[in-house]
Write a protein that binds this ligand. Structure first.
Ligand SMILES: O=C(O)C[C@H]1C=CC(=O)O1
Length: 96
């Protein structure tokens, strides 16, 4: 199942810089793990914002829920999830 996930990161002004850097590194490592597994299929930066638009490929909504809630930066994120399905004109067989 494919989902578009929009994530806005809001780390409060004055948040401990070292802890912020640690969380960002942990987030990057988790992202790369999920990308390598094919679960976090795509990611784009939203220009001018600490935000991304991503596509996740998961088995269930509860899997996606657990992944998102487990992200190191989750406590600072506003997240919007949109289910996707294959466009009838798509040439990509793996768009499911
Ligand atoms: O930078 C972000 O948009 C937040 C998050 C998503 C991947 C990652 O490495 O950090």
């Amino acid at each position: 199942m494919l989902f578009m996930v929009e994530m806005q990161v809001n780390i409060p002004l004055g948040f401990d810089a070292e802890e912020g850097a640690r969380l960002k590194l942990a987030e990057k490592m988790r992202f790369q793990e999920l990308q390598a597994a094919g679960t976090w299929r795509h990611i784009w930066r939203v220009v001018g914002q600490y935000a991304n638009v991503s596509v996740f490929d998961v088995e269930s909504t509860s899997q996606l829920h657990d992944i998102l809630m487990g992200l190191p930066l989750y406590p600072f994120m506003t997240i919007k999830v949109t289910p996707l399905c294959r466009h009838p004109s798509s040439m990509h067989e793996d768009d499911r």
